[in-house]
Design a binder for this molecule. Structure first.
Ligand SMILES: [Zn+2]
Ligand SMILES: [Zn+2]
Length: 129
């Protein structure tokens, strides 16, 4: 087998190293360890695929994340899983939700002291005012 094609090309690695099986960078053909596809210069970091679920209308789409979900659970438990206005325990028709005592638009915070458990009925009647 002849290998004349090599003679005119710059050799990126020494003869000694070529004894180890190598593959070549798919961009510049520099020899690289077997199993890789690109040299360090041309390597692209694999972006982790964004895990999105557009079918799920969650609270996170309104700007709340899992931290809020945790906090929300904590508030409901703190309030004895009851609406703090009417004492309703929450059911499918009128579930409990956690609301801000002082609305965030008026400077209220997400701290536990500013959060209260209300049923949906009481919550919406409060908002309707
Ligand atoms: Zn390369
Ligand atoms: Zn209520």
């Amino acid at each position: 087998m002849r290998s004349e094609w090599r003679t005119g090309l710059p050799r990126p690695y020494s003869e000694r190293e070529t004894r180890v099986p190598k593959s070549a960078c798919m961009v510049c053909r520099t020899l690289i360890p077997l199993g890789q596809t690109r040299c360090p210069e041309h390597r692209v970091k694999d972006k982790p695929r964004a895990r999105r679920n557009p079918d799920r209308p969650t609270a996170s789409q309104r700007g709340y994340g899992s931290a809020w979900q945790k906090l929300r659970q904590a508030i409901i438990i703190r309030d004895g899983k009851r609406c703090q206005a009417c004492g309703h325990r929450g059911d499918r028709d009128n579930p409990l939700s956690v609301d801000h005592v002082m609305p965030k638009s008026k400077g209220g915070t997400d701290s536990a002291s500013n959060l209260i458990t209300l049923c949906r009925k009481c919550n919406s009647s409060k908002r309707d005012r």
